[in-house]
Design a protein around this ligand. Sequence first.
Ligand code: ZN
Length: 441
Amino acid sequence: MRFSGCNGAAMRRRLLLAFAFALAARAALASTGTYDVREVSPGKLSIRASLPGGALHIVRGMEPFVSNVRANGKAIRQAGNRWMAPSCDPQCLIEWDFDLVAAAAASRDLELARDLGDAIEAPPGTWLLRGDEEPDRVRLHVTAKGGRTFVSGMPRAGDDYLSREFPRDVYSAFGKLDVMKIDSIDVALIRNGHAIDHDRIRRWVAHAKRSIETYYGGFPVEHVLLLVRIGRGRGIDGGTAIGGGGAAIVIAAGDQTPAAGFDSDWQLTHEMTHLTFPSVARQHHWIEEGIATYVEPVAREQAGLYPAREMWAELEEGLPKGLPEPGDRGLDHTHTWGRTYWGGALFCFLADVQIREQTSNRFGLQDALAAIMRSGGTIDREWELEKALTIGDTATGTHVLVNLYRSMANDAYPVDLPALFRRIDGGDGAIRRGIEGPHSY
Ligand SMILES: [Zn+2]
C-alpha cells in the first residue's frame, strides 16, 4: 500500500502526558538542562549534566540500560524506576552511563532505540535522565570519536544542539555516517557498506525541498535531520517524520535504485510536507496524513517535477478511497488507512475548491497552509487543531477550514466526487488551473 509505511508526526505514545508536562513546565521558571555526552566506545555513552537534586528518571523501560549514576561524584541509589539524588544548591553534577547497544537490541523502535546497522538511532529522550520537571530548554554537547558522528534533528546552536523543549522524540543517531548539508537539511547516510552516488542523493533531496518551497513559499524549519538508511536493492521506502524537540525524517533507499527512481520518488516530499504542519492530538492524525497525501503530488506538479495529467489521475483514483464506508464515522473517530490518508486528502481537496469558489480563485488551500507554517505551526510544535485551522481561515478571509472540520470530524459526511470534479472544470476551468499553479506569494 502506497502510504502504509508512514508514521507521521503524531504517532506517538505520549500525547496525553505531554500536555500535563507542558502545563507543569510552564508553571515553573524557565530552565535549561545542559548535558555533556561522550560516546566512549560504539554505542556506549558517558553523560554529565547539571540537574536539580531529588528524584531522577528516564523514559519507561530504559532503566536497565542506565548504570553508574553519581551525584557530585558519589554513587546514588536506585529506587524502583528512579535514582534519588541529594538536594544541591543550585544544581547537582549528575553523571551516568547508558548502553545504547543493549537498548537498541531490546527495543527495535525508532521512537526509543533502533539498530540501523552502522548507526543506532535513539531520540535523546531515551538516554537523558531528568528530574520530575523537565527543563524548558535542553542544550546538548556531544563528542563521538573513532570516525563516528552524532546527528540530531534538534535545533543547532553552534557546535551544540539546543531545543526549546525536552527532546523526547526527535530522531538522533550515533554511528558511521556520511553527512552532507543541503541548506537547512542535515542529510546523514547510513551506508552499511553499500556504495551510493552522493550526487543522486543530493538531487533527490533538492527536488523534494524545491517542491515544498514552491508550494509553501519557503521551507518550514531552520534545521531538520534526514537520516537515510541504505540497503540492498531498489526503491525508496519506510519514510517517517517526527517532531518532539526538533524535526527529523528517517527513510530507506536501496543501493540499486536508478537515478529515475530517485527522480520520480514521492515519499521524501510526503515526509517533508509533514514538517509544515504542527503536531496535533492523535485523533486528528488524518489531517497530518491528509495534507501530506494531497499536497505532495500538487507540490511536485507545481515544481515542474510531476506532469499535471498524472497528478489529476492520481487524485481521481485516490480520493474515492477516502469516502466513508458503511458504518464509518467522522474523521476524528474512524482511523482506517483509507479515512486517514485519503479521507484527510478529501478534506483538503474540498477545502481547496471551496476557498477558491468563495474568493473568486484569489486564494487556495496553499495560502491557508502557508500561513499556518509561517505562524510557527511546524512539526516541532504541538498545537490544538482548531488554532491551526483558524489561522488558515484568516489568511484566506473565509471560514472554510473550521466549518469543514466541524462537518467532517464527527459525521461520515458523504461527498459527490464526480460533481466536485465537474465543479473545478466549471466556467473556464479556472479552479483546476489555480490548483495546478503557478502560485505567487
Ligand atoms: Zn505521512
